[in-house]
Design a protein around this ligand. Sequence first.
Ligand SMILES: [Zn+2]
Length: 511
Amino acid sequence: MKIKGNYFFTLREDTKDEDSKIGNLLIRSGMIKKIGSGNYTYLPLGLKVLNNIKNIVDEEMNKLDIQELSIKDDSILEDVASLNIKSYKDLPFNLYETTTKKNEIEMDSYSLINTKDFIVSNTYSFVKNDSELTNVYDNIYEAYNNICNRIGLDYKVVNGYNAKEYQVLTENGDDTVVLCDKCGYASNLNVATHKIENVDEEEKELELVHTPNAHTIDDVCEFLKLDIKHSVKALLMSVDNKLTILFVRGDRSLNEDKVLNLLDGKEMVFATDEQIAESNAYPGFTGPVGLEGCRIVIDEEILQMKNFCVGANKEDYHYINANIKDINYDLVGNIADIVEDDKCPDCGNKLSIKKSIKVGTLNNTTKELNITYLDESNQEQSPALAKFSLNLSRLFITFVEQNHDDWGIIYSNSIAPYKVALVQIDMKDKKQTKVAEKIYNDLNKKGIEVLYDNREERPGVKFKDMDLIGIPLRITVGRKIADKQVEFKKRTDKEAIDVQIKDIVKMITNS
Ligand SMILES: [Zn+2]
């Protein structure tokens, strides 16, 4: 594309209504425009990048013979599938779509990462049952890895809840992952486990102690001169309106996702005074010894703890030397957050905790459909559906987050809006125009997309713009044409090199 006469702009300054650095970079480089909170539109350059990402998805899906369709509404997916499912011989098969989906999470404030809607690519696998899913799953897993690799993204595949998740590490992330550098253990914080050490300690006799005015676990431990790791604290919650008292080691926090997954619950909030009154819990002094009138859940770590301190359900009193045999509980589960000191469940190495952004999900469970087919013995069966998805909007944003410098974006060849920037120094110089036009036409003929900066601007302005929008390769046509040369520079190189005009197209083709 020739810039002059077409839609092209860049901005020198950050905009005031965008607070993220990457958002500003994308706005200044003319990729996107901000319409409102969490609402952005793709401008021509940004749309080209997005389409290049989609093309990679299409190619990888085509390799697996997966057909694309467009469904307006998720609810019609069953209808569409049923047209193709008459007998067991019709299964399994896959379909995929790329579409705009509303952000499922309602938020107070949206952002560049949490936009109001996303462009996503969903793959749907229709299978007879879960065991048939394995094969399909492995293929999609490989395809999704190929897509991320071809884009040039640095990503991690981590364990999620009944799923594998594609996560991109970044300080600006809204998700958290737990990693082991030694063995490769990788898990979302909301399902992560850790190695629970066996404590080799004699169990002592339970003892009631007076702890005046010690309302928090920190107060109690300080008063009793106890290591907080030898205490268990209570969280008085309401899960789907049912009083649920949960216990975790004193220094840990409760992980809401883990609790909801364990209890198959939808919502967890603090319990009200009325709810608490159904039990004998005493807020500030709640403990699992003799606790009644509520559902009691303990973190699995407590099973291994010895001689710990807990509330006594009585004002100003705690128990010390409590052990698992002393306490009441209904359910044991992994409900606490991992902390930096914890050890890898697989190898015992120290775990690290990092912020991240989720860009894709591979569900490893299926949902039964309300349609039927006839199996080998002519019995009616329901097929199952597994869904996989990649968030293309986030693939775009996280790529830019990982690939930029002080001057602008650094695109990979595979998703760059144009592979080559062609800069002509003097637009009045007819000889330069002739050389530039020939290179432009030759590259286009080879199917290489070129952004020809033919504006009457100073060279510095042109160079700055091309660096800002991140075109991987740059050819500069200037005075050196007298020596039959042009300048060639990669976006990542510091200096340009001189190349013979006759060699430049070949050089670009090989880059
Ligand atoms: Zn490990």
